[in-house]
Write a protein that binds this ligand. Sequence first.
Ligand SMILES: [Zn+2]
Ligand SMILES: [Zn+2]
Length: 137
Amino acid sequence: MNNNTHKRNTLQKRIVSDVFCEMHNHPSAGMVYEAVREKFPNISRATVYRLLAEAAEEGRIRRLKLTDANDRYDVTLKPHYHVVCRGCGAVADVDSELVDEALAERAVGCEGFLIEGCHVEFVGVCEGCRQEQLSQN
Ligand SMILES: [Zn+2]
Ligand SMILES: [Zn+2]
């Protein structure tokens, strides 16, 4: 890698990371790309996807595998759950502490298993979609 390529990579990395950190809606790679492209039309889709995947591998951001939705990326690393809108696919955070405590108490020692974690996903209808439903009735 020559010096100019290196400089460009570093710059692109910073741009993608800055844009991503301002999005608090658990964006998909495609959504991050659209936001980056508005400000920096020269960055390719492949570059944005690659940089996000790298950041997730390095543990700087979190990649979410959600049922019925594309992979999303999350700035919040602290453990928490998500609720997915079944209307538009919007994703929001759910505080998991109380849920975790309640589950862990009951899960200990099931059939001799050592429980190491669990995956909970909430499904619902977001504010925007509910307003839309109301206005249609
Ligand atoms: Zn919605
Ligand atoms: Zn989240």
